[in-house]
Design a protein around this ligand. Structure first.
Ligand SMILES: C[S@@+](CC[C@H](N)C(=O)[O-])C[C@H]1O[C@@H](n2cnc3c(N)ncnc32)[C@H](O)[C@@H]1O
Length: 375
């Protein structure tokens, strides 16, 4: 995947498997199941390095100079203490997942030093205070972790989400609404993931032509609209629509009005509606209801532009397929037991059922696909 051009990558190219060996047998199969059974060490260690702010400590305003665990410890724990050996164990393991580069000095006393790979750099805080770190933290909060212990419940009884069962009947969005620290982290997590994605979309997508009033449904802090309006001056008005408690925290953005509401009741009108990472979270009936409200909110000739993770038809071991399938289980466990990542064809059918007459899927980003539904 690394030598494929970033824009307009053919869908077939995106789905190329990692291309390693044949399925393991015997000894290799026993090894593979041990790797899977211990896999929890990977995300939890990633969470640990984000909590400890290791990426910023190594990055040091761009130096990315390889540092030993002993050298990192005082930077992440300035008031003293810390166990460099245990930090090194974590860094070593995450090196094997491509987060760090390991530099070994093969002198008398073997010393390991670590710098950030391109993957590790996504955890570095940028000039706006953003990184993918908040997304990692969001996924590993205690309330979400409790749900992972009962994923099997989504199979036993899918009428309630594992998250709801594990959190005394509360939904994830219900808890975000009640706990400001969860709500804040969700906003930061969304911004950290959305801003780099939107940069790629704005370079490669031409679908905003002719739009003067654009509504972002579930727009969170309004990052998408801010970036779209900066790039397309012909869009005179942006409406950032989200739950009241979410827009209450959203910053002021030139040209953008924040509107609180519930997309299941209605959606503010516009020439086009944009949404990112919304439909995935809901059941087919709920997606249809959201799409019908979007359909009602745009004129003939208007469109709904949805950016969603879209599953490939085939199952393979590519990073893309895995990231999409893993996200699908996240949705099932945390948000909606029958919410899901869908295929292009499934989205096409849902759009038709809501009244949309045209459809196209645009593959710019490896994780999100742009789905354009025309009225
Ligand atoms: C996964 S986040 C995506 C946020 C943003 N579009 C992005 O990609 O960065 C889903 C968003 O949908 C919003 N949302 C959830 N239920 C909603 C509802 N009933 N009406 C409006 N927005 C809702 C959430 O508050 C959240 O901001």
């Amino acid at each position: 995947m690394t030598n494929v051009s970033w824009t307009h990558v053919a869908k077939s190219q995106m789905d190329v498997p990692n291309g390693e060996a044949l399925p393991p047998t015997g000894n290799a199969a026993r090894l593979a199941i041990m790797e899977l059974a211990n896999m929890i060490s990977v995300p939890m260690s990633l969470n640990a390095v984000v909590r400890l702010n290791v990426a910023d400590a190594i990055w040091q305003n761009g130096s990315n100079k390889p540092l030993s665990a002993e050298e990192i410890i005082p930077r992440i724990l300035p008031s003293g203490g810390g166990d460099p050996e245990n930090l090194q164990r974590i860094l070593r393991m995450l090196t094997s997942y491509g987060v760090f580069n390991e530099h070994i000095n093969s002198g008398d006393a073997l010393q390991r030093r670590y710098s950030l790979t391109e993957i590790g750099k996504t955890l570095v805080t940028d000039e706006n205070g953003l990184s993918y770190g908040a997304y990692v933290l969001q996924h590993h909060q205690e309330e979400l972790m409790k749900a992972w212990a009962v994923v099997h419940e989504a199979v036993v009884d899918s009428s309630t989400e594992p998250f709801v069962k594990a959190n005394g009947g509360e939904t994830a969005y219900g808890l975000y609404g009640k706990k400001p620290e969860m709500n804040d982290l969700m906003l930061r997590a969304m911004s950290g993931v959305t801003v780099p994605f939107m940069k790629a979309v704005l370079d490669g997508y031409d679908g905003f032509k002719g739009v003067e009033r654009l509504v972002d449904v579930g727009g969170s802090a309004g990052d998408c609209l801010r970036m779209i309006l900066q790039k397309h001056s012909h869009i005179k008005k942006g409406v950032n629509f989200d739950l009241p408690e979410v827009v209450a925290k959203a910053p002021k953005i030139d040209g953008v009005t924040h509107v609180g509401g519930d997309m299941f009741d209605s959606v503010p009108h516009g020439d086009a509606i944009f949404m990112k990472w919304i439909l995935t979270t809901w059941t087919d009936d709920e997606v249809k209801a959201i799409m019908i409200n979007c359909f009602k909110a745009i004129p003939i000739g208007g469109k709904l532009i949805a950016c969603e993770p879209v599953l490939p038809d085939q199952t393979n071991d590519s990073h893309r397929t895995r990231a999409l399938l893993e996200g699908d289980i996240f949705v099932m466990t945390i948000y909606r037991a029958k919410g899901k990542h869908r295929t292009e064809e499934e989205y096409h059918k849902l759009g038709k059922s809501a009244g949309f007459t045209s459809f196209r899927a645009i593959y710019i980003d490896y994780f999100y696909t742009l789905l354009e539904f025309g009225k």
